[in-house]
Design a protein around this ligand. Structure first.
Ligand code: PBG
Length: 311
């Protein structure tokens, strides 16, 4: 009876699996702060994505870990950068069977760890960064991405990326904008996963949102939709259910939420200590994100959910 009248139903169709692929390794490498998640080799990534497709997962989002970083993050737009190479592999293997998303940012590729190019004073230069994002979008789409997902929170990024994609003939490549991305403490394990340290112990408060603010998120979302975003995202998820709900009530495009690395790590750590029941908490949290209004959930729990849905 309760199942019959349940008001929220989570399905594998809602989930996007974030995956890491690292250049120049022969074996997948575990990530200590993200139990069960690895840095993939090209080959292990292909196997994982085929497995996920067989489990019914419809989409993955790729993050690259380059073997060399530089000032401008050129690995993000190099045709032979690790994500571009991986996209070609996966598109060959799966065609349109899996929606391939590519995170579009430079922090994984810059020597200083910021999401943009630095000016002479160590601050991020918004407009010079946009030029790099435009090149990265075209490189990703050319390599086979169905969706570019700009996560750097530069002003004007969606419009510039849309124009670059259209200009290169990639009119069908969609944009999932990380629109309301907060300067959260919950990204710590992710930065281990992509080997990113922000230079001088810096932070991203200059471009990501202040978590004391919610109305500001609606301004960011509206700007992204105006510039051509096909889908918008709120990130992280659980501490921002109010923001997800507010965004859902004012937009008609699909709303995504990212259950981020720190949220995943907290479940794993508490469960490993025997302090909470992993499966009960995982399903409660993912369902709450959907209940708040998310249509799409990016989560490291995607594989676990798909496997438990089968049982
Ligand atoms: C930036 C990016 C970050 C995440 C996704 N894209 C990190 C950051 O802004 O520092 C975090 C995802 C997570 O914590 O799971 N390219």
């Amino acid at each position: 009876m309760r199942d019959l009248v349940a008001q929220t139903r989570l399905s594998v169709d809602d989930l996007v699996a974030p995956l890491f692929v690292r250049e120049g390794i022969d074996e997948p490498l575990p990530i200590a702060s993200l139990p069960g998640v690895v840095q993939h080799t090209r080959a292990s990534l292909r196997r994982e994505v085929l497995d996920l497709a067989d489990l019914g997962i419809k989409s993955v989002i790729l993050f690259g870990v380059p073997s060399k970083k530089d000032e401008i993050g050129s690995g993000a737009f190099d045709a032979n950068g690790i994500v571009q190479v991986a996209l070609r592999d996966l598109r060959d293997d799966l065609g349109d069977r899996m929606v391939l998303m590519a995170d579009l940012c430079v922090d994984e590729y810059t020597s200083h760890g910021h999401c943009g190019i630095l000016d002479g004073r160590g601050s991020v230069d918004n407009d010079r960064t946009l030029e790099v994002y435009a090149k990265a979008a075209v490189a990703q789409a050319t390599a086979g991405a169905h969706v570019c997902a700009p996560s750097g929170m530069m002003d004007g990024q969606v419009g510039v990326i849309r124009a670059a994609l259209d200009g290169a003939g990639h009119t069908n490549t969609a944009i999932l904008a990380y629109s309301a991305k907060y300067a959260s403490g919950l990204y710590g394990p992710f930065r281990d996963a992509v080997d990113v340290q922000i230079i001088g112990g810096g932070d991203r408060k200059g471009y990501q949102q202040d978590w004391r603010n919610s109305r500001e998120a609606l301004v960011e979302v509206a700007a992204d939709i105006e510039q051509g975003a096909d889908m918008v995202m709120v990130k992280p998820a659980l501490a921002y259910l109010d923001v997800i709900s507010a965004v859902r009530s004012v937009v008609d495009v699909p709303v995504a939420a990212y259950h981020v690395s720190g949220e995943y790590a907290m479940i794993k750590a508490a469960a490993a200590n025997g302090w909470i029941d992993h499966d009960a908490v995982a399903i409660e949290q993912l369902t709450a994100i959907k209940r708040a209004g998310a249509d799409i959930i990016l989560t490291y729990l995607a594989r676990w959910f798909a496997e438990s849905a089968r049982r």
